[in-house]
Structure formats: C-alpha cells, structure tokens
Design a protein around this ligand. Sequence first.
Ligand code: HEC
Length: 123
Amino acid sequence: MKRLASIGLAAMLGAAAVVAPALAEGEGEKVFKKFCFVCHATEPGKTKLGPSLHGIVGRKAGTVPGFKYSDANVNSGVIWDAAKLETYLADPKAFMPGTKMVFVGVKRAEERKDLVAYLASLR
Ligand code: HEC
C-alpha cells in the first residue's frame, strides 16, 4: 500500500514538472490582464492609451511608429531587456523620470518575473 502511494506521488510530481513552464506563462498573462491590459495591446500596431507591447523585449524604447511618447521615453536610450523591464515595472517613474505612463508598479517580484516572461513571448 505504502509503495503504491509513493508510485502515485512520483507520477504526480512527474506530471507537475511537465506542466510547470506552461503554467508560468499563464501566470504572466494573468498579471498582464490585471495591470496592463487596460492601456496596452499585445497585437502589433494596436495603440491604446499606451503603445503595443508586441516584440517589446529587444526593442529600443520609444520606437512604436505613430505613438506619441514623452520625451523622457524617447530620449532614454533604453533597449528593453528582461532585467530593465523588471526594474521599470517595479516603479516606472523611478526608472524613467518624466514618463507619462501613469502606473504605480507591480510590487511583487514573482509577478514581475512571470509578467516579463509573458512579454518576452509576444513575438
Ligand atoms: C494607465 C495606462 C497604463 C498602464 C496601466 C500601463 N501602461 Fe505602460 N505605458 C503607458 C503609456 C502612456 C506609455 C508611454 C510612456 C511615455 O511615453 O512616457 C507606456 C509605456 C510602456 C512601455 C515602454 C514602451 C516603449 O515602446 O518604449 C512599456 C514596456 C510598458 N509601458 C509596459 C507596461 C506594462 C507591462 C504594464 C503593466 C504592468 C503597463 N505598461 C501598464 C500606459 C500604461
């Protein structure tokens, strides 16, 4: 009986390991819907209050055509990578003084990590 139970547990752990990466991405999408979706689209070229975040990882700040950025954003010289996005999203105005993105920040490090993984998948 004991042996059976441990086989069952091992099978469950195996399944969890396979499912985990997909779940992490799902979590990031949830964080996006909670905090960002009102102002940002994920499709290329679609502007809401903020620019589309399609392909944001690896992109130079302030370069979505047709979007009216603040000078702070355009002149920042930032190339968005995962580390910069995590710092920016913790406290946008601290990272980029003068940005017109009115957002207090995602305070939980785990949520930021999941969110940035999701942003990296938008390509
Ligand atoms: C209230 C609306 C609003 C919310 C909420 C918001 N943003 Fe923004 N975001 C903006 C605006 C407006 C800009 C343009 C900022 C500027 O020009 O200074 C921007 C800019 C950005 C940029 C820089 C884009 C570029 O092309 O340089 C990133 C990255 C970004 N937002 C990510 C996010 C993420 C991720 C979230 C959710 C955690 C979020 N934003 C929440 C309005 C918002």
